[in-house]
Design a protein around this ligand. Structure first.
Ligand code: SAM
Ligand code: SF4
Length: 369
């Protein structure tokens, strides 16, 4: 991805708002800057809190933007171009996580692209897990390599795994992802449930065409399995507008059915994600709903995102991002801490999806949803 630079503190803001030149690079836009020196802050004051009093305790780290799948709502034509050869290294990730842990991050989710295609993913899990202050290491994956690597992921300390599985029907799954691997994935997930302590959730895009069938299948699936099956409301990006307008469905279609059939919503914990989960006395598992278009969705935002090239995204759908790689390359944890504090005044209050504005997020494989 080519970006434009603005400076802020010791980091650089990348904004795509500037006009693109014919070779795809962008001209430098105008600059904005903030000077925040956090070096005087005591440990107890170093927790990241933004200007809307939201405490940021959750980091989502993309370790590659490459993906092998071709999900029709994300990368319908597959990953384009050559996979970058400058993804964050393990030592850079170690510095990154130490800096985030110092400012109060407790949970790190590894995502992508498809994180499991990185050969050193086990080392990455271990590195994050061993960082003082980090309580939970999670990963989001398409599950393609689940069976092969499950034991290693567990041994490395992975606590939670979210698998994206958009249908219980093998043909629909094949059509949606480009891979005819649903039976294997279902079997691998049962192995996970039967042999590991890893907490499993399944993510599924809420599409008008498949919503009801998926809901019925999901309710069957969680009858005896300790799994939360979560619908994610389809988010519009610049790459998927046609499909979005054809298939976007409101979360009410799921919620109304659940509440009419005896499912009860749960109050979310402070480090939980944005899903509202529903349980039922006759079912072991839960059904969840992530509804980014719902009112007040962003009020409880607790996260920051970092790309596989070391750029901070203050909001998934922000207009730009900030390059912190220099801190990572030089092992500069204190500089990173100060830069993270300098972002707090400018973390956006909310996204602008309602105005069909997804910022620089052409598709979610760039930063992992
Ligand atoms: N490849 C991994 C996977 O699929 O789980 C991690 C990256 S993927 C971008 C993370 C999540 O974002 C997946 O659950 C995917 O379904 C979701 N996602 C992708 N595009 C989306 C969109 N336009 N709206 C809502 N969720 C989306
Ligand atoms: Fe790949 Fe995940 Fe996007 Fe599907 S949703 S194309 S698996 S990054």
């Amino acid at each position: 991805m080519n970006d434009d630079k603005l400076s802020i503190g010791s980091a650089q803001l990348y904004s795509p708002a500037a006009p693109a030149i014919s070779d795809g690079t962008h001209a430098l836009p105008t600059a904005a800057s903030t000077d925040v020196d956090a070096s005087h802050l005591t440990k107890s004051h170093q927790l990241l809190t933004d200007s809307f009093a939201r405490r940021l305790t959750y980091l989502r780290l993309s370790i590659t933007d490459f993906c092998n799948f071709r999900c029709e709502y994300c990368l319908p034509n597959g990953y384009q171009g050559k996979r970058p050869d400058d993804e964050l290294s393990v030592p850079e990730i170690a510095t990154l996580i130490r800096g985030f842990a110092e400012v109060g991050t407790k949970k790190v989710r590894i995502t992508g692209g498809e994180p499991s295609i990185r050969r050193d993913v086990v080392e990455i899990i271990q590195t994050i897990k061993q960082t003082e202050g980090i309580e939970t290491v999670a990963m989001t994956s398409n599950g393609y390599k689940l069976g092969k690597h499950l034991a290693n992921w567990q041994a490395a300390g992975l606590n939670k795994l979210n698998i994206s599985m958009d249908s219980f029907d093998a043909d629909t799954f094949h059509k949606m992802t480009g891979f005819n691997t649903l039976p294997q994935l279902l079997s691998d997930m049962d192995t996970l449930l039967n042999t590991t302590e890893i907490k499993l959730k399944i993510n599924s895009i809420l599409m008008a065409e498949t919503a009801f069938e998926n809901l019925m299948d999901a309710i069957d699936y969680v009858k005896d399995r300790p799994v939360t099956y979560r619908f994610i409301e389809f988010m519009q990006t610049s790459d998927n507008s046609d499909l979005f307008f054809a298939q976007h469905a409101q979360s009410d279609v799921i919620i109304d059915y659940l509440t009419e059939h005896g499912w009860q919503p749960h109050v979310r914990g402070s480090s939980d994600g944005p899903a509202v989960e529903y349980s039922h006395p006759d079912y072991v598992g839960r059904i969840g709903m992530i509804a980014p278009y719902a009112a007040h969705f962003c009020d409880t935002c607790n996260r920051l995102r970092v790309s596989s090239q070391g750029k901070v995204h203050l909001c998934l759908f922000d207009q730009g991002n900030y390059d912190i790689r220099q801190h990572l390359q030089t092992g500069d944890v204190q500089g990173l801490v100060e830069t993270l504090h300098s972002f707090m005044p400018i973390k956006p209050e909310h996204h602008h999806l309602h105005e069909s504005n997804s910022g620089i997020m052409h598709n979610l494989s760039i930063i992992g949803g």
